[in-house]
Structure formats: structure tokens, C-alpha cells
Design a protein around this ligand. Structure first.
Ligand code: SF4
Length: 313
């Protein structure tokens, strides 16, 4: 049997739903609370906002534009992806009606809430679990943690610490039904590869089901851009980053779904690194090297034990 070398989101969806599934980005128009504290060093929301998404539009309009843009000819089902800013900054009582409305669409298989670890209200996990139980749909909460090293979190002006992430995972895990994911950044200035590996291994030892890895990108007009122009921000070249992934991915448990392995900011806002290469080509190159070198996700985790992957691609 041929098994994929990486458990991507499409592998996960084919396994769970028998088909690939889209993600429709949505914007509640709630500003991220970290903006009042200067915002994260690298953050520029326009760099990942799709052209069809306008925060001022009602959610129904955003969904309908998202369906026209993303689903046409590619997917018939989708996840409502609250990706912009920090959706859980909205009080639970105000957030829930939006979520319920999204789940009432038969084409919507579930929710993805992308948020900060210090913005999980005490009443949110139970309310989400209740919603999942009633609708039978899925809910993934993606927590931006970026690094386990508080020194790096301070540098990035995240204004939360790693302990906040651990507390958020505990709180979400306690209600059982919510799937939990983490975002990590690879290449934070001052971090060694050993520190990045420690982040990956530490986060993967928690009760998570999903992971996103990003290489650090310098986006125009961010504080990081200023530091970059002062020569204080090294960035990955494509070759070095692919080789880093080949060393890190075997440490990620095979059961975790890897939604992303690199950032894809809009080219007109991206300062560095500029790789001039489509994500599909990068993915093909990574997969090819994994095949050539006999590497797969989970290969170097304790759970891999002595079992070998059957029938390599
Ligand atoms: S928490 Fe997220 S949305 Fe808020 S400033 Fe940081 S990266 Fe941007």
C-alpha cells in the first residue's frame, strides 16, 4: 500500500470525508487585541488576505464570495475559516451566533478558529464543545504560539508566553471534542536549529491533532521590515529551508495533520525571502527528496518504534 510521506490537510480530509475540502477565510472585523500593544513584529494582515475577502461585508456575503472564488470546480465542501485577526477576541456570547450560522450550511463541514493562546475565554471551550455535539460537525482551534522560547516571543512582540499556550491547550483539551492545532515560525532571529527542533518536539508532545509550520517572511511596512533593512534579520534561502524541513518533519508524529510547511504572502507585499517558486513546486521538490532519502513524517518519533512505512511512494 502506498502511504503519503506527509499527512497534509487534503490527506486528512480524504481519509475523514472521502474528498478534499476547501477553507473559506472569513473576517469578523474584530481587531486583534495585540494591535493596541504594537502588534506582532511580522504581522501585516493584508499579506495573507485573499482579494475576495472584505471585512466590511456580512459573513453571508463573505461565504458566498468565498464559494464562488475557492470552491468552483475544486471542492464541494468547506470549512468556515476564521483566519483574520483574533476571532475569539469577541465575547463567547457574541461569537456563537456567527458560528451557529456558519454550521447551518450543509456544505460547511466545520469551523477553524485561528487565534491567540491568551484569548481563549473561560466559557469558550465548553460552548464550542456543545456546538460540535449538537451539529455533529468539526471544530479546530489553531493557536499561534510560534516558539516555545519566551525570549523569541518577546522579540516578536507576541505579548504572551509559552505558559499561556500550555494553559490554552489544557483548557481546550479538557472538553474533549475540540481539535487543537499550533502555528510555529521557523527562523526567528537568534534561534538555533536545536531550539527550533525543541519547539517542534515539545509542541508535538501535547494533545494536538494539527500543525502549521511557516518560514519567517519579511512583509513590507512591518517592524520586522525595519530590522531587516538594518541587517538584523537573516532569512532562509529555499534550499536551506527545504533541508531544514527534511530534518524536522521526521520528528512530527505521523498522526498530526500538517496544514502548511511554508508561508505564502502576497508577492507585492513580500520583501524577503523571495523564492520565485510556487508552493506546488516546493511541495513536489520536498516530496521527491523524501522519497530519494527514505524520509517520512513521524519516522523519528517514539511512536514510530521499529515499524517501517510500508510501500513507499
Ligand atoms: S496575534 Fe496574530 S493578528 Fe494579532 S498582531 Fe499578532 S500575528 Fe497579527
Amino acid at each position: 500500500m502506498h502511504r503519503p510521506r506527509i499527512r497534509t490537510f487534503s490527506v486528512h480530509c480524504r481519509e475523514r470525508y472521502g474528498q478534499t475540502v476547501g477553507k473559506i477565510p472569513l473576517d469578523l472585523g474584530i481587531p486583534c487585541p495585540n494591535r493596541a500593544r504594537g502588534g506582532c513584529l511580522y504581522c501585516q494582515p493584508a499579506s495573507f488576505t485573499p482579494a475576495f475577502l472584505r471585512a466590511a461585508d456580512p459573513l453571508a456575503e463573505q461565504i458566498s464570495r468565498g464559494k464562488a472564488s475557492l470552491l468552483a470546480g475544486r471542492f464541494t465542501r468547506y470549512f468556515a475559516y476564521f483566519q483574520q485577526e483574533t476571532p475569539t477576541a469577541l465575547a463567547t456570547i457574541d461569537l456563537l451566533p456567527h458560528l451557529q450560522r456558519m454550521l447551518s450550511d450543509p456544505d460547511c463541514l466545520g469551523l477553524i478558529l485561528s487565534t491567540r493562546p491568551d484569548t481563549i475565554a473561560a466559557d469558550l471551550p465548553a460552548a464550542l464543545a456543545d456546538l460540535i455535539q449538537k451539529t455533529g460537525k468539526a471544530c479546530l482551534v489553531e493557536l499561534g504560539v510560534q516558539s516555545i522560547h519566551d525570549r523569541s516571543l518577546r522579540l516578536l512582540n507576541r505579548n504572551h508566553c509559552f505558559a499561556d499556550f500550555l494553559a490554552a491547550v489544557d483548557r481546550l483539551h479538557a472538553v474533549q471534542r475540540i481539535e487543537i492545532g499550533a502555528h510555529l515560525i521557523l527562523g526567528i532571529p537568534g534561534e538555533s536549529e536545536a531550539e527550533m527542533l525543541a519547539t517542534v518536539r515539545t509542541v508535538c508532545a501535547l494533545p494536538l491533532q494539527h500543525l502549521k509550520l511557516h518560514h519567517l517572511q519579511v512583509i513590507r511596512d512591518t517592524p520586522l521590515h525595519r530590522l531587516y533593512t538594518q541587517g538584523q534579520v537573516p532569512v532562509w534561502n529555499q534550499e536551506a529551508y527545504l533541508e531544514l524541513l527534511l530534518r524536522l518533519v521526521p520528528h512530527i508524529p505521523a498522526a498530526l495533520t500538517l496544514h502548511r510547511l511554508w508561508s505564502t504572502a502576497h508577492p507585492h507585499l513580500l520583501v524577503a525571502p523571495r523564492w520565485h517558486c510556487h508552493a506546488a513546486a516546493l511541495s513536489a521538490r520536498l516530496q521527491q527528496r523524501m522519497v530519494e532519502r527514505g524520509i517520512w513524517q513521524g519516522q523519528r518519533t517514539p511512536a514510530a518504534g521499529s515499524t517501517k512505512q510500508g510501500g513507499q511512494q
